[in-house]
Design a protein around this ligand. Structure first.
Ligand SMILES: *Cc1c(COP(=O)(O)O)cnc(C)c1O
Length: 383
């Protein structure tokens, strides 16, 4: 590839920009502690996983064998027998959410999609695209769905087949909807197990809960019908991607035959990224269960540390159980811009992803926030 000197300068500039910002993302859940350099040589090839990894494809340059391994791994950690499951490597959490909702809608075409106020914005797009009726449920203060409100709304709609979009780690506070309680309450109002669908949006926490000692309910064994996780969040990836796992019997309903590549397709995209499959494969193969557990424990400890530091300075910071998302009052704009914090209303958060080996970056943020908020309260005390 030959670039003009001006373009070379430009790309060099962008390289330096990326180097400078590679660990900028304390407000976002992207882990940056990955090294996929062993796979760079595959960027020579136009790898394409169009269709189903389980079938033969006439497009020879696919990484289906690796995708099968990836799906086997996720079936195991999400607690479903591999033969009863089907899923694939997606373009990210949003596509996984869409796939789950699509399966649910095919199962219950007239049903309403219920989700809490704290749900990721992708759900709104998905409901529109799939032309599903949608109903927003109130959240509790910690970001969890308010199950009383959910049950009331299901009852007042006389809903026969509720589709529940459950958060396994909300974007803003890392809250986990109580799917055990939801199912207990559905049973109490006479809705049988076969008459509802639960999709679990586990974009971030899907790669945390399988590795902690006391996880909240989140898996197929706990009653979900599909679950998705982002590959570029907790796992870490230079290219956005994700994994979705569903029950095979529900997937069979949506398959279409494609004579052009002589395979079946039940995914949302046509051509699919074969490189991210290799990235996810290398990620799961290069760390043992124990190593992954230790990495997550480190992140959780850092989150605990951050809460402790804030609280010691009188700042009201908190986090949900098994969450690496630390919530605190939103500081002034110059502080949240300086640290690239994600904010929502009067809340901000930091996320203790795995590349924060020591507390240096976290401390500098906490120092700024404490200084800023204490200044604010002194100023307001003057009036
Ligand atoms: C990030 C996120 C998503 C969307 O995932 P993408 O990989 O960005 O498409 C969905 N739900 C939650 C809770 C998220 O945090």
């Amino acid at each position: 590839m030959i670039l003009s000197p001006t373009d070379q300068d430009r790309i060099e500039g962008f390289w330096n920009y990326c180097l400078k910002h590679q660990y900028f993302n304390i407000g976002y859940p992207e882990s940056a502690d990955f090294d996929y350099s062993a796979l760079y040589r595959f960027f020579k090839f136009s790898i394409n996983n169009c269709g189903d990894w389980k079938d033969y494809s006439n497009y020879a340059l696919n990484s289906f064998d690796f995708e099968k391994d990836v799906m086997q791994y996720f079936a195991e950690i999400f607690q479903i027998p591999f033969e009863e499951s089907w899923g694939y490597v997606t373009n990210g959490g949003t596509e996984g959410n869409m796939f789950g909702c699509y399966l649910a809608r095919e199962l219950f075409p007239d049903a309403t999609l219920y989700y809490s106020r704290d749900t990721h914005y992708s759900v709104v797009k998905i409901a529109k695209l799939l032309q599903m009726k949608a109903c927003v449920i109130e959240s509790l203060d910690n970001g969890e769905i308010n199950v009383d409100d959910l049950i009331n709304k299901i009852q007042s709609h006389q809903e026969k087949h509720p589709i529940i979009f459950a958060n396994i780690g909300t974007t803003m506070t890392g809250a986990i909807d109580d799917i055990e309680l939801i199912q207990k309450r559905l049973k109490q109002i006479g809705i049988q197990r076969r008459d509802y669908y639960i999709h679990a949006d586990a974009a971030l926490s899907g790669m945390i809960l399988p590795f902690v000692d006391h996880p909240q309910a989140f898996s197929f064994a706990d009653g979900v019908d599909s679950i998705c996780v982002s590959g570029h969040k907790m796992i870490g990836s230079p290219i956005p991607c994700g994994i979705v796992v569903a029950k095979r019997q529900n997937v069979d309903r949506i398959a279409v035959d494609v004579d052009y590549i002589s395979t079946r397709d039940q995914t949302i995209s046509g051509s699919r990224n074969g490189h991210t499959v290799l990235l996810m494969w290398a990620a799961i193969r290069s760390q043992s269960f124990l190593q992954r557990k230790q990495r997550i424990q480190h992140c959780l400890k850092m989150a605990e540390y951050a809460v402790g530091r804030f609280q010691a300075a009188g700042v009201h910071a908190w986090r949900n159980l098994n969450s690496i998302t630390v919530v605190f009052p939103c500081p002034s704009e110059h502080v949240w811009k300086k640290h690239y914090l994600a904010t929502s209303g009067n809340m901000a958060h930091l996320i203790t992803t795995a590349h924060h080996q020591d507390s240096q970056k976290i401390d500098s943020l906490i120092d700024d926030v404490i200084f800023n908020l204490q200044g604010e309260s002194k100023r307001s005390a003057c009036f």
